[in-house]
Design a binder for this molecule. Structure first.
Ligand code: UDP
Length: 376
């Protein structure tokens, strides 16, 4: 397993339980990839080192899986946003609509009202902007989505796919749960503890601070590679675009913002959001507080890749790398970086379980394991 994140850990565990000897390597000094958590020594706060990660899923098998390795504490993601000098509730819900338009509409009235704002001439929204104009109208789009998205992605929302906005619901009731999913929670002792337990098996060896180069592939029966797809080829065709994040860490005595995540919708504020980590563990009490001001920018060669961009220019480069990767034998590309997709944690685990099972049946049938078990 190249990479000790969720993909490598879940596939590794599955294969170890089948009796395979598994080595997991990672260049970083810790497991869990970008969902790594660490308790701050001074305050005792569990910090989401690479930014906020909230576990949510509709997939009962995935939920059972994570609960096997960690106690999940009740946690509902409730996000607020600051725009025009006021604090609003996200995702856009009846409270947001009534506050924004200074009204007291009932659900059906609000729905009818937003319909008058929506651009119904857009029948099949393809871009982020069209999706927003179609479903919430220009005013809410401009207050909550346009500036934030410009800062987050570095391009105009008209250049981004509608799928990014489809992550967020619009609700005509007072439900301010950020996610639709049936299961949601936070690992009691953090994601790193969870991943450490997934990897805790007699047949698994973990080597941190360890690099991988593709000429090492033939030393193994099979390689599952969860590093960047273009990195596998030393970026020789060019770099797939990513956004990276910078976190400006600061501390505070007491409660700084009263909630875990405060978004900033306006372009005049350079950060996208402020995260107050102790609110991710509402079952704990801490006097001190650790916060991150989050800034997004283009990912350079020495930065940590976070969000794959996948615009038109990247698509053709991606196709070239995928074609090359498909010709490989003995290696399967997995996870967010290996398949260059914006993946939530639950989807990553689902795909990892499916991939491990595919490997198992391939072996049993004497078939070859493909380079991709999902479309990159
Ligand atoms: N978004 C926005 N305003 C917000 C929150 C999100 O415009 O206040 C947009 C933005 O483009 C973002 C996308 O919705 O990239 C998905 O948001 P989500 O909260 O799912 O992003 P993540 O937490 O994965 O960064």
């Amino acid at each position: 397993m190249v990479g000790a994140g969720l993909s490598g850990a879940v596939i590794g565990r599955h294969l170890a339980e089948l009796g395979h000897d598994v080595t997991v390597i990672d260049t970083r000094p810790h497991v869990a990839g970008n969902c790594h958590t660490e308790r701050d020594a001074a305050t005792g706060v569990m910090v989401h080192v690479y930014g906020p990660h909230i576990f949510h899923t509709d997939d009962a098998e995935v939920w059972d899986y994570v609960n096997r390795f960690q106690t999940f504490m009740p946690y509902k993601n409730r996000v607020k946003t600051i725009a025009r000098g006021e604090v609003f509730s996200l995702p856009v819900n009846l409270h947001t609509i009534n506050q924004f338009f200074r009204a007291t509409m009932a659900p059906a009235e609000a729905r009818a009202f937003i319909d008058t704002k929506a651009d119904t001439s857009i029948t099949d929204p393809q871009t982020f902007e069209d999706q927003a104009l179609r479903f919430v109208g220009a005013e809410l789009y401009e207050a909550f989505f346009k500036g934030y998205t410009q800062k987050q992605w570095g391009v105009h929302p008209s250049e981004l796919p509608a799928s990014i906005l489809k992550r967020l619901p619009v609700r005509f009731n007072y439900d301010d749960n950020y996610f639709f999913h049936q299961f949601q929670g936070m690992p009691r002792d953090g994601y790193t503890d969870m991943v450490t337990r997934i990897l805790d098996h007699d047949r698994i060896t973990v080597k941190l601070n360890t690099r991988f180069t593709r000429d090492q592939t033939r030393e193994w029966d099979h390689v599952f590679y969860s590093g960047p797809l273009d990195g596998f080829y030393d970026y020789d065709l060019g770099r797939l675009g990513y956004r990276t994040l910078d976190f400006e860490r600061f501390t505070h005595q007491g409660d700084y913002q009263g909630t875990a995540v405060m978004n900033y919708g306006e372009v005049s504020v350079p950060w996208t959001r402020i995260t107050e980590h102790k609110h991710f563990s509402p079952w704990e009490t801490h006097e001190g507080s650790v916060l991150y001001r989050e800034f997004s920018r283009a990912c350079g060669p020495d930065d940590i890749p976070y969000y794959p961009i996948r615009l038109t220019a990247e698509q053709s480069l991606l196709r070239d790398y995928v074609a090359r990767a498909e010709a490989e034998s003995g290696v399967t590309f997995v996870g967010r970086l290996g398949t260059y997709r914006y993946l939530d944690m639950d989807v990553t685990i689902r795909e990892a379980l499916d991939c491990a099972r595919r490997f198992e049946t391939s072996l049993a049938r004497g078939a070859t394991m493909p380079a991709f078990t999902v479309k990159a």
